[in-house]
Design a protein around this ligand. Sequence first.
Ligand code: KIV
Ligand code: ZN
Length: 516
Amino acid sequence: MSTKDHLIIFDTTLRDGEQSPGASMTRDEKVRIAKALEKLKVDVIEAGFPIASPGDFEGVKAVAAVIKDCRVCGLARALDKDIDRAGEALAGAVAGRIHTFIATSPIHMEKKLGMTPDQVLEQAVHAVKRARRFTDDVEFSPEDAGRSEIDFLCRILEAVIAAGARTVNIPDTVGYNIPDQFGSLIRTLRERVVNADQAIFSVHCHNDLGLATANSLAAVRNGARQVECTINGLGERAGNAALEEVVMAVRTRQDLFDCNVRLDTTQIVPCSRLVSSITGFPVQPNKAVVGANAFAHEAGIHQDGVLKNRETYEIMRAQEVGWNANRMVLGKHSGRNALRSRLLELGVVLSSEEELNAAFSRFKDLADKKHDIYDEDLQALVSDANLDAAKERVKLVSLRVCSETGEVPNAAVVLQFDGEERTGTATGGGPVDATFKAIESIVNSGTVLKLYSVNAITSGTDAQGEVTVRLEKGGRIVNGQGADTDIVIASAKAYINACNKILHAVERAHPQIGDV
Ligand code: KIV
Ligand code: ZN
């Protein structure tokens, strides 16, 4: 039996990941990702920031209601109203955690909070005690710890542990730290905080200098026993430490770590795909572990070596992280039950026969156009259909596009807008441009197009194109996705999907911006 410590993997894809502009998720999308994380066997799922908006509250509540094998956490500033709201959202969880935080760096305390260190300390202690009224499992973070003064950090950590915090998390909020320095910060804190043995030390690293994984690992080598991370490294600005990198580094280099993780790593790639398809953030091909090229050997000399002995150029097995794990193929002759059970395995629960029928009819349409239907196609099929139909104010009825050498491309689109069928036409620089203008002539969303990208979901010329459209309006950013074997239709679906989100966007508070 292993005598190694357990390294707690705290996934914050649904909270810090969701804070990255354009990555916001609906309640149902959060539940789907949470179920995939449960299958991956992460220890803690930070499901959101319940005070931010009614939607965030519902998201955390829904995740808390369905997840049985992971702890579910809600974020709260060190304020009574935040903590009470988090406690309420987590009431149905099998195991819940409240994560409360307040900034401790001189610049944040002075310029953002306008508070003295003593006031910050007092509020932190009060927040932890209040959170303990709801649960025994309370985590405290001194925000911007990476730029805080060590003496003050020691004082506040000792005080919050005495007040009942069971995890103390050290965030490098702005990604400023360097591995050996961050590692020694963790070591020093563990040595100097007198009651350090009564809490688990955790780290939460941002990737502004590309060091989030390295900093997290340096911290683990110096005694941190929880790492906060996100799938695909999603997160504010340059993102958070990537879960797949941290986990595979610890697994692969067991010679260097005196702890291990409990994850089922074969679920890493399916999780990565799901997060990418829901948020519309593509994974770069050369991304460690989950990038399409992570296990591809192009150079002849490498291929030759791998064929002779895989370990010449591979330090992990592709199957170990879930490549090829979920490539079961469905096709034209697959029935409703095959579809239902494959979707279930992918974490998609269709709640009624009607939903199954709708998904099945989309599946049949797709199978007419495409011979083999892969898991990626199914993910796209359900995320396409996933937006609550009742909330879709705009629906695509039909689209006709003409594109011919020497002619100006033009598009005619028929939409159902608030139940009424309307037609719009436009010309454009290309068929996609003409289509977007035709849609805009009906919807008048007043948005600015920030990003347009097309990805082939699988290989082959009959592959579905998955289009992401990012729209911005008055500082709000949304992503829309659409998939189809015809990329102009996929583009129209993505644009309409984004319009529906912008038409429903509600104001949300950001946890780290504004006054406490
Ligand atoms: O980056 C950060 O400091 C955070 C805290 C809320 C933990 O996300
Ligand atoms: Zn963060």
